[in-house]
Design a protein around this ligand. Structure first.
Ligand code: XMP
Length: 524
């Protein structure tokens, strides 16, 4: 949600892994930025945005590949005519040079990792940098000759035109990645571009978004009624509270206990919504028995996700119908969709291989309601800033991501009440120990999973034959990739001792030391 004079920086996604990161960095500078896939850009679309700059991101292709991602030159020319500056990065750097008549060729040796950059012009894009800088490179092709009228502003040993510009056209470009932290002065380069070259004002801030959003929801809903499912996660809680601020008791929130939640979670969510946030119309539905009965006998991971997804919709729909009969028709559905959800589900629909179905971003067929999505333009860290400002309790604001299908995806094989109870006990210990060790904010997620095997142990003088629990703790920026965390041995030891001691039915604890990829974060 932007004030009318606020400009947008559009980042074109050519399939590179850092495209999101560029958008986030621009927002860190204080200017609103969006990501757009290259083949969904048109002059009309651009004209609807109050465009302040265009950034062409990196990507895995070569400009000479058949069907290589591109943008029409007419479109770029129209921006140049309107004096909207353009920044090329990596693939974008090669594409701009290629489109304007330069030459791109495979380089003699691939430059990957930290590389020394020799800066020859420090007057605009590279202002404030040293004569030599460390930058992050990852490229096979490179620009060997520049289009006429373009000038080199930096080079590396291998790459002659590592940065160039065409002042007349407002085109600036770098072969390396200023958005990654390994490029020591990357933020300086982005700031030079955004604030000095584009002359954009750093007025974007997730906080000035609150008032405008509440106002917008009020106008959109215009006295109508909104129904919404909440999970206790930060996204749906912040979205619900913003809608609540706008329309008060015209918002009806449904919280479904699937029986697949963590220890004490149900009570905590109820308490937050009814006592702390004082929602007038908050409904709690205990469907745990229904979910367990539907999951009986199913051990296939995808099947479990599908059953949970459809049962959730069934329960939600039945409660919503009951509310409709009591209060009248709902015209709107509230959702806690955030920016990466929209981008990733748009990309996932194009991807060929389905790794996991994430049920919670797919709207059920029967819902023909109009959507109210107050945080659909925010990143997770921005949602947390808003959460703190509007008084969402810390336990929710800083809660780890928790998957829609809940503990079921941490319980490979058939889900049973017995296993869920063990899992809840072990998971609570893992999270408590992580919190006591002060590691909560360092980790993306830390949790326990229960494996579908029993192993032999010995307790006192007795042989035991019980379940094995796995601890998973990962560090990640965005869950697309993750590294297992090298937790201190004594912390792992304490968790293992406590789990075996306090959780009945478990006699062995394992630590998951796989990264994503090749593993995923959740076990299913
Ligand atoms: P994976 O297991 O795919 O998980 O590496 C990546 C991140 O997504 C979370 N996750 C989900 N979140 N609904 C969600 O809202 C789901 O169905 C779902 N499955 C996985 C997971 O916890 C991790 O943070």
């Amino acid at each position: 949600m932007l004030a009318s004079n606020q400009k947008t920086v559009l980042v074109i996604d050519f399939g590179g892994q850092y495209a999101h990161l560029i958008t986030r960095r621009i927002r860190e500078i204080g200017v609103y930025s969006e990501l757009n896939v290259w083949n969904d850009v048109s002059e009309v679309k651009l004209s609807q945005k109050n465009l302040g700059a265009l950034i062409l991101s990196g990507g895995p292709s070569s400009v000479y590949d058949e069907g290589a991602p591109t943008l029409s030159k007419n479109l770029l020319d129209s921006l140049i005519a309107k004096k909207i500056p353009i920044l090329g990065i990596c693939y974008g750097h090669q594409l701009l040079a290629y489109l304007y008549g330069g030459k791109v060729e495979p380089s003699t040796s691939r430059e990957y990792g930290k590389v020394k950059l020799k800066v020859s012009d420090r007057s605009d894009l590279l202002k404030g940098l040293g004569k030599e800088e460390l930058v992050w490179m990852s490229h096979g092709d490179q620009v060997v000759s520049l289009p006429s009228g373009f000038e080199r502003i930096a080079s590396t040993e291998i790459c002659p035109n590592a940065a160039y510009r065409s002042k007349k056209n407002g085109i600036y470009s770098v072969q390396f990645h200023p958005e990654v932290r390994h490029t020591i002065h990357g933020m300086m380069i982005l700031r030079n571009f955004i604030l000095n070259i584009c002359k954009l004002s750093p007025t974007w801030n997730p906080l000035n978004f609150i008032e405008a959003t509440v106002q917008k929801v009020k106008t959109q809903v215009n006295g109508g009624r909104v129904v919404m499912g909440v999970s206790g996660g930060v996204d749906s809680t912040v979205a619900a509270e913003l809608i609540h601020k706008a329309i008060g008791d015209n918002l009806h929130c449904i919280f479904v206990d699937t029986g697949l939640l963590r220890q004490n979670e149900t009570d905590q969510v109820k308490e937050t919504f009814t006592k702390q946030l004082k929602f007038e119309n908050f409904y709690f539905v205990d469907a745990s028995e229904l979910f367990l009965s539907k999951l009986k006998g199913i051990d296939d991971a995808e099947k479990k996700r599908q059953v949970i997804g459809s049962t959730f919709i069934e329960v939600f729909e039945s409660k919503a119908k009951e509310l409709k009969d009591k209060f009248g028709e709902f015209e709107f559905l509230g959702q806690g969709t955030i920016y990466p959800d929209r981008i990733e589900s748009a990309q996932a629909s194009k991807a060929s291989s389905r790794i996991k179905s994430h049920h919670n971003v797919v709207l059920p067929e029967w819902i023909h309601l109009k959507l109210v999505e107050p945080i659909k333009d925010l990143y997770k860290d921005e949602v947390r800033v808003v959460a703190e400002k509007i008084g969402i309790p810390d336990e929710i604001t800083w809660r780890q991501p928790f998957p829609g299908p809940g503990l079921a995806v941490r319980c490979p094989g058939e889900v049973t009440m017995e296993k869920l109870e063990m899992l809840r006990g072990a998971d609570a210990i893992v999270r408590e120990e992580i919190k006591n060790a002060g590691l909560e904010k360092k980790l993306w997620q830390a949790f326990a999973a229960i494996l579908p095997v029993k192993t032999v142990g010995v307790m006192g003088d007795h042989r035991t034959y019980q379940y094995a629990v796995a601890i998973r703790a990962v560090e990640s920026e965005d869950a697309m990739t993750a590294n297992f965390s090298k937790l201190p041995w004594d912390l792992l030891e304490r968790m293992a001792l406590r789990i075996v001691d306090e959780v009945k039915g478990v006699n062995r604890v394992l630590y998951d030391v796989t990264d994503k990829p090749p593993a995923t974060i959740e076990l299913e």
